[in-house]
Structure formats: structure tokens, C-alpha cells
Design a protein around this ligand. Structure first.
Ligand code: SIN
Length: 189
């Protein structure tokens, strides 16, 4: 079942049209940048781990065969790296549309790589959203990803492009890299 979070995001998180806001991206927002921004820089947030536990019925799967995409799970010891983008408030209309399958906007503290800090917004899909799939082994996740495709393309491309982007940023993410290793093996002729 797909959910649509557009209205909830626009009601609960109102911005003034001339606001400039930091957005922290940790998944496809790292490598698929189809929105305008004023500035982008590597950043991290504390207390969250990236997990392929969110279902995708639109971009990387279908209602019948949902794909898996990343969300963040609370994890006190963890630090999650990504990219922070400074965007103009109206850009969130486009972002809300893109992230509508279960993601809500939250406010977060972020640390840039030069150790300066800012507060920004982040899209997180929580366990209570209708598209949630939840925990599974990296092998099961890889199998499901290999079988899924949606309007934005193959689910495996989402995973593989994210893994490349994380490496380019110098980030280590065992969960993502373990799924990548399974997928590379499954895709061998
Ligand atoms: C993000 O990238 O920050 C959110 C999840 C996604 O769109 O892949």
C-alpha cells in the first residue's frame, strides 16, 4: 500500500518563501541531484544509521513488487554521513513530491566536515508509514532489490549508485556495502 506524505509535510513544517534551508541527504539525495541548490557540502548527523528498510512503490518498485530504499534508524552510537544542500524554501515542494512515499521532514543538527554546525531538514521514513518493510538480512534485501524496478529505474541501480557515492565521499557503511557485494554476485553471468 503506498502512502503520501505531501500534505502532512506541508502542514507540519511550514517555511517562509524567502527562507534558505539546509537539507541533509543520506540516500539518493546524495547522488541524484535533480533540484536547484545554492551550496552543497559533505556533512554528518549523529545518532542515526542508514538502512534499506523502507519500501518503494513508486521510484524503485511497484505496489505488487516494492523495492527497498534507505531510511534512518535511531542508533545512539552511530554517525551517518551524507551531503548537506542549502536550498530555497520553494524547492521543498519538489522535494516533498519526490519523497512522498512515506518520508516526513524532521529538523536535525548537522556537522560539516570542517567541524562547523547547522540545523537543517531531513526526510525520514518511520516504521509507522504504510510503505515500511523493516528489518531483513542483507542477503534477503539484496534479493528483493534485484527483483524490483520502478518509474525511476532498477532498484539495484539505486543501491549501486549509492555505494559508489558513499565511497567517493570516503564514507564506510557496512550495511550498504554488504548488500552491494551480494548484488554484484547475483548479477554475475
Ligand atoms: C535521502 O536521500 O536523504 C532520502 C532518501 C532517498 O530519497 O533516497
Amino acid at each position: 500500500m503506498s502512502s503520501n506524505t505531501i500534505e502532512e509535510n506541508q502542514r507540519s513544517c511550514q517555511l517562509k518563501s524567502d527562507d534558505q534551508v539546509w537539507l541533509f541527504g543520506y540516500g539518493s539525495l546524495i547522488y541524484l541531484v535533480d533540484f536547484p541548490y545554492l551550496e552543497a557540502k559533505p556533512a554528518s548527523i549523529k545518532g542515526w544509521s542508514r538502512r534499506f528498510w523502507q519500501g518503494s512503490h513508486d521510484h524503485r518498485g511497484t505496489e505488487a513488487r516494492p523495492g527497498r530504499v534507505v531510511t534512518l534508524i535511531e542508533d545512539a552510537e552511530a554517525v551517518c554521513g551524507g551531503i548537506a544542500y542549502l536550498v530555497e524554501a520553494p524547492v521543498f515542494e519538489q522535494l516533498d513530491e519526490r519523497e512522498k512515499n512515506g518520508y516526513l521532514r524532521f529538523s536535525t543538527a548537522m556537522t560539516f566536515n570542517d567541524d562547523t554546525h547547522a540545523t537543517g531538514l531531513i526526510y525520514i521514513a518511520s516504521p509507522d508509514n504504510e510503505a515500511w518493510l523493516g528489518e531483513a538480512s542483507e542477503l534477503e534485501i539484496a534479493r528483493q532489490i534485484c527483483a524490483a524496478e520502478g518509474a525511476s529505474g532498477a532498484n539495484s541501480d539505486y543501491l549501486l549508485e549509492l555505494a559508489v557515492a558513499l565511497r567517493e565521499l570516503g564514507l564506510q557503511d557496512q550495511h550498504v556495502f554488504d548488500i552491494e557485494a551480494h548484488i554484484v554476485q547475483m548479477q554475475q553471468p
